[in-house]
Design a binder for this molecule. Structure first.
Ligand code: PLP
Length: 421
């Protein structure tokens, strides 16, 4: 923009870094080239059995008297549709015994907006002398958090412990020994399963983080965008957790409805009231269609059945497929490791001692029409800018068809081999 911008305006409209990258991915997709290997985005797969359900629900909505008027013609309350909120609360009561009601459930414009509102409500300048931060206890973390907290310095991250498993696998763990929660920290936040790594923090790690947060009287925010009970892109044992000290976020995006922009927040009532007020200021109300599509599926439990019998097995198979292509293409002598794939839509690859940066590897792959995301973008908020590991990783999406995955891994392997020569 050519007019002078505020600090807020500068931070949000700065198109460098990830903005540039997303633009690259978008342009590549728009070209519709046959040889394109788009392994860069967080787009859910188009699963025919799931899309059939959306078509059925749209037909039901259009044929139900008065439904079109309600769904398309009403501003709903800013916290969301009451039937939807009630159905979500009852689902979690039934499944996990949580003592929650509709007052503990709020709707936002996708999970992304929930983070924007929550991070800025909790962190940033508060009064003359105090500035609060969102703490990410285990980097790398979801790229979408990086620029959310306004004020630039309102986030901090901790390096993980790297546990090497066998010759070609690894897993990040929270480094509790070095994790200190300070008076500057306004909240602790993790994604579980984690985007980009596919890590699922163990129940024990979550319980230790929750207790550290409780002791400091700050919330633990758990981003459950890929988690149970829906979409349940989880390949390991992990119980969803909530109590009054936790803010749990969910989304309808990864179950296949990203276009409806529906985020769900489960939290104590005062948090939901605050979110509702913020939503009314920023956008008046939310989008109704996603809530209308899934409410009966939540009421009957069909959403659980779909998540457990269609979505979970689908992504588990894709993860296995991607791992087998990676292992077949990467020479055993190559110092590669794959993060243990416990959930979400990505494989996280680490090339120890990679002679070029992940960003340069991205450029070389892009020239061959293979699009991935270089790992450095996911290590925001770290003090140690010289940690080499940040430049040795790639995030590669596995939701694409088999042929694209196979060709993509072949080309990644060729470029990585060439880089080590
Ligand atoms: N959280 C994580 C971990 C994500 O990967 C994403 C999207 O990719 C989101 C939140 C935001 O998703 P949405 O705004 O579509 O709900």
């Amino acid at each position: 923009m050519s007019w002078a911008l505020s600090d807020f305006g500068k931070q949000l409209s700065d198109g460098t870094g990830i903005g540039e990258l997303m633009d690259d991915l978008g342009h590549a997709l728009a070209q519709e080239r046959d040889d394109l290997c788009m392994l860069g985005g967080g787009q859910p797969a188009h699963i025919p059995d799931i899309e059939m359900i959306w078509s059925r629900r749209l037909r039901e909505i259009t044929s139900e008297p008065g439904a079109i008027g309600r769904v398309l013609g009403h501003y709903e309350p800013p916290a969301g549709n009451t039937d939807f909120r009630t159905s979500v609360a009852q689902l979690f009561q039934r499944e996990y015994g949580w003592q929650i009601g509709p007052e503990n459930v709020g709707v936002t414009l996708g999970g992304q907006s929930a983070f924007f509102l929550l991070f800025n409500a909790l962190a940033g300048r508060c009064g003359d002398r105090c500035s609060k931060k969102i703490l990410f206890p285990i980097a790398p973390e979801y790229i979408g958090y990086a620029n959310q907290a306004l004020g630039g310095t309102s986030v901090r991250s901790m390096k993980p412990i790297i546990e090497e498993i066998g010759n070609h696998e690894f897993k990040y763990r929270v480094d509790f020994e070095n994790l200190e929660i300070t008076d500057e920290d306004a909240a602790i936040c993790v994604s579980r399963p984690t985007n980009p790594t596919g890590n699922v923090l163990t129940d024990q790690e979550i319980s230790r983080l929750a207790s550290l947060a409780r002791k400091k009287n700050i919330p633990l925010i758990i981003d459950n965008a890929y988690g149970a009970p829906f979409p349940n892109a989880v390949f390991t044992q992990a119980a969803p957790v909530w109590n009054e000290d936790i803010i749990l976020t969910l989304s309808l995006s990864k179950i296949g409805l990203p276009g409806t922009r529906t985020g769900i927040v489960i939290a104590r009532e005062d948090v939901i009231d605050a979110l509702s007020s913020m939503t009314s200021h920023v956008g008046l109300a939310n989008v109704n269609i996603g809530q209308a599509i899934v409410t009966p599926l939540i009421e009957t439990g069909e959403i659980l059945n779909l998540s457990n019998t269609v979505i979970q097995p689908y992504y588990f198979r894709k993860s296995q497929q991607a791992q087998s292509f990676a292992r077949a293409c990467f020479d055993d002598s190559l110092p590669y490791r794959i993060h243990r794939s416990e959930g979400a839509f990505f494989l996280w690859l680490w090339f120890d001692g990679l002679p070029i940066s992940a960003r340069e590897l991205y450029q070389r792959l892009k020239r061959r029409n293979v699009f991935v995301v270089p790992g450095n973008y996911f290590f925001f908020g770290l003090d140690d800018c010289h940690w080499r590991h940040r430049d040795e990783c790639l995030r590669v999406t596995f939701t694409m068809p088999k042929e694209i995955l196979q060709r993509g891994y072949q080309i990644i392997a060729e470029e990585v081999h060439a880089a080590y020569k």
